[in-house]
Design a protein around this ligand. Sequence first.
Ligand code: SF4
Length: 375
Amino acid sequence: MKYIDEYRDAEETRRYAGALGRLATGPWTLMEVCGGQTHAIVKFGLDELLPPAITLVHGPGCPVCVTPLERMDQAMRIASRAEVIFCSFGDMLRVPGSQTDLLRVRAAGGDVRIVYSPLDAVRIARENPGREVVFFAVGFETTAPANALAVVRAKQEGLNNFSLLVSQVLVPPALEAILSSPDNRVQGFLAAGHVCTVMGYDQYEPIAARYRVPIVVTGFEPLDILQGVYMCVQQLENGRAEVENQYSRSVRRQGNLQAQQLIRQVFRVVPRKWRGLGEIAQSGLGLAEEFAALDADRRFGMPPETVEEPAECRSGLVLQGVLKPSQCPAFGTRCTPEQPLGATMVSSEGACAAYYRYRHHSQAASMAASPDRVP
Ligand code: SF4
């Protein structure tokens, strides 16, 4: 398939791995920010091709995984109300809150619907004027433009029965939180290419300079990732700390200015709590005052609350790159995709789910589960 196959070429992949072996003296620890990159790394066995001088750790770039417990609980309280049609992307339905999940809320009679776009929720609101339609707006900068468009559309149409439960987060403040942590061991980042397609990458330049850390905007296919690792390690070996763009077929330095304008029109920057990382200043988006009438928090009077994570789940450490999923004592025993203890085991982009899917079984079974693995 054009634009896919050439980035999965096994011969070229092995050549990059060999070049990295000659380049890296290290030891270097790099973090891929995005859960999509984590899944590609584990699925194709890219980390196992790297020389011992390079360690990859997995970052907080899975929007489902970083949505905090209390936000999940609030979603379930709203979804349980008789007058509400609660619309969400499918990944969120199995994410555990402190007591239950949205699937169980639906089984108990809640009208919880999976949608593929926030505009689907706007349509449902249009078709059901007697019901309150709430869209669960989770995600990074990638989902913000479509969510903003839904809000603008609902306001233009005068849909008084549509609102957004917002749990949008922003990548750069999370990188700063990781770099500021006393436990930090990350020396370079592979930034998420799709986020930078929207936002550009000039916002990473002050972070690279302040923390003396290379940041390489990277795509999602095996060769993208190995080239991103190569560019990052090359900087580390040469004592440089700059922002570079591996994903130039999609990303421009300034990003998509029209999408950014839409985000600025509808949202304002707010503090947000991240699952596993705690509250991070200026790390999220909330609805701007002009759109406050479409804010589900206000409409349903959701009070702020704090819920403790289950002590057994180490996803906070996994999301900071301090722990690998397989190092969690509950991995594959008390915690599986069928009975997840934490969101990183639920989400299709979660690191624990990736390790369970591609690494949990014997090597032979793992190869069978992942025929794309580079031999
Ligand atoms: S394996 Fe399960 S319990 Fe352990 S960190 Fe991952 S989600 Fe949490």
